[in-house]
Design a protein. Structure first.
Length: 643
């Protein structure tokens, strides 16, 4: 596609809008409310559910009358405005609530002509897929040129390429143009690769960069990324993956051609410049700007859109070089002419940056070191940052021994039967000859006596420890805890008790050793032991949710395996908490229905039981489909949520 003009701007406002938007984003208020019922009748909003599980719509496209279009990293949301100066004390940089936020750096490209029209058709195609309806036809040429008079194009009359990522979904094939363009551009580089990106975790890109760094005369590679992630979760996931990738590339960089920087600004204190850009410039021959991060999911899982301009004549090459100079000048706090002079004088991108670094506004080497304990805790990138839609069956196949999957289905069915059995027994007590045992006053007195005792926590934790060591069904104990303490306190007590019992079993298994545990648990759990030791947190979560063995046995085997205690504890909490919460709510609603059998309490109880049973049956059917042709093994005592 050819654009009459292309302007690339960074760290600026995005003032354009569109009449049709389709999103998977969430906000504090439901989007269907804030962008649906409360907005003008000419704004059409739709939540797009035509994505694989776990995928996100990540394109950032605005098209005006098919005549002007914006593509880049900017989301249409709060806390995105800034100026290229990224001053620490910018008074205008506040959110709608008047709260200031850290400097924000992003890059956006604006195009017109055929490129804008092609982006308009891309947006309409997505609208059709998301809604099943037909959008308004492409508009006629506007009466006036919508290109803003205040923006001078960086280059005119230039060909623009569109690179997309789209995951495979139902009958649609996947699109990996973004990934192919990244890899082709890296392979074609001669002198330098300049990258600005929010993330830096893509395995495919890392392989391509490592191959170029290993060459004796390969290109210099400069990566500019943000210092810290966007919160605790990113710091302990994507930042860890970035640190692993950077560590690997630095080990490969035997010729000293790699630099990884973060933008800095004096006066920010604990804050940092939030670099959100997604840009790559290769030599003076190619520039790409868009939404695609250097992350695995941007290569095949999320929807992405980048624009690329290749220098097919000298004037385009000069425009690309000028853009890189302007970006470096912004990051280094230097006039563009000084940067151009340093590049000409040094003859090297890295040398020019090193010569100009050190001011109040600068690029600082990014220390990608992380706490070894955090590094050991975070799973592989294919779990946190997958490149393709996640298949739950593959996760089970990886984490749960195949021979144990039929037994897991039997135990889930046993858990569902146990929940129904408790409800039937309680009904018999309530309306049968044992009703006097369920007298409200007696229960209230017994519960008050236990709750009022200073030793209540000791008795509760002791009961769970005994259950954990004797293979008693913890589900029954959780029901009793909820009857006495209510659902919220019961959840806390049950989770603490189950965790304490699990750690006790873990310690005993560690003390007994492999041989003793093998004799107690059986040789069929050797595979489980190896998987627990190899896969850590995820394996523990899997065996808690999908009960491949009784609670007691899992604890002993984990203690005798190579799994770390912190992985075992975290996996136990994540795997058991949902089941404990479900059983606690079930017990509370059961007691309410017995004491006050109104329509509302009975309907609520039936709904809770149905939800638990339906979930268990669904998982069981799934496991049975996976293990067709295999017999269902003997069922042991079931635990909540497969614990």
């Amino acid at each position: 596609m050819r654009s009459r003009g292309a302007a690339i701007r960074c760290a600026s406002t995005c003032s354009a809008g569109t009449l049709r938007c389709s999103t998977r984003s969430s906000a504090s208020s439901p989007p269907i409310y804030t962008l649906g019922w409360r907005t003008h009748r000419r704004l059409h909003f739709h939540l797009d559910g035509r994505h694989p599980v776990g995928a996100s719509h990540h394109q950032k496209i605005v098209v005006i009358d098919d005549a002007l279009a914006f593509v880049g990293g900017l989301d249409l949301t709060v806390r995105r405005w800034d100026t290229p100066a990224h001053r620490a004390d910018e008074p205008r940089r506040v959110d709608p609530a008047g709260e200031p936020y850290a400097p924000f750096h992003d890059v956006q490209i604006m195009v017109d002509g055929e490129a804008a029209a092609a982006l308009g058709e891309l947006a309409r195609t997505r609208w059709r897929r998301a809604t099943g309806g037909e959008p308004h036809p492409a508009p006629c040429a506007p009466a006036a040129d919508p290109w803003p008079d205040t923006i001078r194009p960086d280059v005119t009359d230039v060909e623009v390429g569109i690179a997309r990522t789209a995951p495979p979904y139902r009958e649609r094939e996947g699109v990996e143009e973004v990934k192919r363009l990244y890899l082709d551009a890296i392979r074609a580089a001669r002198r330098s690769i300049y990258i600005e990106n929010q993330y830096f975790t893509s395995a495919a890109v890392a392989d391509a960069l490592a191959a170029r760094l290993a060459e004796p005369d390969g290109p210099q590679i400069v990566v500019v990324s943000r210092l810290r992630g966007g919160g605790w979760l990113e710091e302990n996931t994507m930042a860890v993956l970035r640190a692993r990738l950077v560590r690997r590339l630095r080990e490969t960089d035997r010729h000293g051609r790699l630099r990884v920087y973060c933008p800095t600004q004096a006066g920010l204190g604990e804050a940092c410049i939030n670099l959100h850009a997604k840009l790559m410039i290769v030599d003076d021959r190619l520039v790409r700007v868009g939404s695609a991060n250097l992350a695995n999911r941007s290569m095949g899982l999320d929807t992405e859109c980048d624009l690329a301009i290749e220098a097919n004549e000298p004037r385009v090459a000069e425009a690309i070089a000028a853009l890189r100079t302007r970006l470096l000048a912004e990051h280094l706090g230097a006039p563009p002419d000084d940067v151009a002079d340093a590049l000409a004088r040094c003859g090297s991108l890295v040398a020019a940056i090193e010569a100009l670094r050190g001011g109040a506004r600068s690029l600082a080497p990014l220390d990608a070191e992380i706490d070894p304990q955090v590094d050991a805790l975070v799973p592989d990138a294919n779990v946190i940052d997958p490149e393709k839609p996640v298949d739950p069956e593959e996760i089970v196949e990886e984490l749960v021994p195949p021979a144990e999957q039929p037994r897991a289905g039997a135990r889930i069915a046993a858990f569902a039967a146990l929940v129904v059995g408790i409800a039937l027994l309680a009904a018999a007590w309530r309306w049968g000859p044992l009703a006097e045992w369920l007298d409200r006053e007696r229960l209230a007195e017994a519960g008050a006596a236990i709750r009022g005792s200073a030793l209540a926590p000791v008795w509760v934790l002791g009961a769970y420890a005994v259950a954990a060591l004797t293979a008693l069904p913890i589900t029954l104990l959780i029901v009793a805890t909820a009857v006495v303490f209510g659902p919220l306190a019961a959840f806390a007590y049950a989770l603490a008790g189950a965790l304490g019992g699990a750690m006790l079993g873990f310690g005993i298994g560690h003390w007994l050793g492999r041989d003793a545990v093998r004799r107690l648990a059986g040789a069929r759990l050797n595979d489980l032991s190896r998987r627990l030791g190899r896969r850590g947190v995820l394996a523990v979560v899997a065996v808690r949710v999908l009960p491949v063995a009784p609670f007691t046995v899992v604890n002993l085997v984990a203690g005798a395996s190579h799994i770390r205690l912190r992985d075992f504890v975290l996996g136990t909490v994540l795997g058991m908490a949902p089941g404990i919460a479900a059983v606690s709510v079930f017990a509370d609603r059961l007691l309410a229905a017995l004491h006050e059998p109104s329509t509302a309490t009975l309907v609520t109880l039936v709904f809770v039981v149905a939800a638990i049973v339906a979930g268990a049956v669904a998982v069981r059917r799934w496991l049975r489909r996976r293990s067709a042709g295999s017999g269902i093994g003997r069922s042991d005592a079931a635990e909540p949520g497969g614990a």
